[in-house]
Design a binder for this molecule. Structure first.
Ligand SMILES: [Zn+2]
Length: 261
């Protein structure tokens, strides 16, 4: 297995994911400095204390995640679970590397692209020959496309999602409603339902739900699916990890720590 400098990995990740293009809620890239060289990377959805302990036990030098630390509005003091996580990272020399919105949006490795792959959704593509996905909404984070052939109704799509993600989704709307057009945004994008409704789709899929989405679904006739924040965001960081392994020849291992939310 290869050994690489952290700076080389970070330079490449920034080049691929272009964090400067995003107005994000947390810093992207290196969040906590660790060992200067990397042989083994652990990837995961969230840089929780449990993930860091597993990374340390496996002898990793870096943890690459979708949900890192230092979110806007959180208590900045290094106390409680923030202290516990930082102490673990620093004691074991773990580099903590996080990419949030850039890893939702990436056209190939992003969470939206990878969820489409896992569920068989057929993304709309630009007709300019670039093959780029058609995106809309705040920050261009919502994708649209076609429901996989053979799935006619909300009930059909719900059953398909349950099989593909291993988790029963929340379905809001008429179960027998025929579906053709779908919009999706992984994670906690319940606040973008209105933009999806305005786009004229039959169903909107995201990870979480809030109370008001029930009424929005009932009043608009557009179905709503809450398929799990964690469950919809497991795939981007895995694809990115595979790309890192292919590019640098370092050992990359994904650790899934299931989360019911
Ligand atoms: Zn998320």
């Amino acid at each position: 297995m290869n050994k690489i400098f952290v700076q080389d990995l970070l330079g490449w990740l920034d080049q691929q994911l272009k964090p400067a293009l995003f107005q994000d809620y947390a810093p992207n890239g290196l969040q906590v400095q660790g060992k200067p060289e990397i042989k083994k990377v652990i990837t995961g959805v969230t840089a929780s204390a449990q993930l860091l302990q597993i990374a340390a036990d496996k002898g990793a030098d870096a943890v690459l995640v979708h949900h890192g630390w230092f979110w806007k509005g959180e208590n900045p003091c290094v106390v409680g679970s923030k202290y516990q996580r930082m102490e673990l990272a620093i004691r074991h020399g773990l580099n903590i590397i996080g990419y949030h919105l850039p890893l939702d949006a990436h056209p190939e490795w992003g969470n939206n692209a990878q969820l489409a792959r896992v569920l068989g959704l057929i993304p709309d593509r630009a007709d300019d020959g670039s093959g780029q996905p058609v995106v809309f909404g705040r920050g261009g984070l919502i994708w649209s496309g076609a429901v996989p052939g053979g799935l006619r109704t909300l009930a059909d799509l719900g059953a398909h999602i349950e099989t593909a993600l291993g988790r029963s989704p929340l379905l809001i709307g008429n179960n027998e409603r025929p579906l053709r057009r779908i919009a999706w945004c992984t994670g906690g994008a319940q606040g973008m339902f209105e933009e999806a409704i305005a786009r004229g789709v039959d169903v909107y899929l995201t990870g979480e739900a809030s109370e008001q989405v029930y009424h929005q679904a009932m009043e608009s006739g557009v179905a709503y699916i809450g398929a799990g924040h964690h469950a919809t965001e497991r795939y981007g960081v895995q694809a990115l990890g595979q790309a890192v392994a292919a590019r640098f020849g370092v050992d990359v291992e994904f650790v899934d720590l299931p989360n019911p939310v």
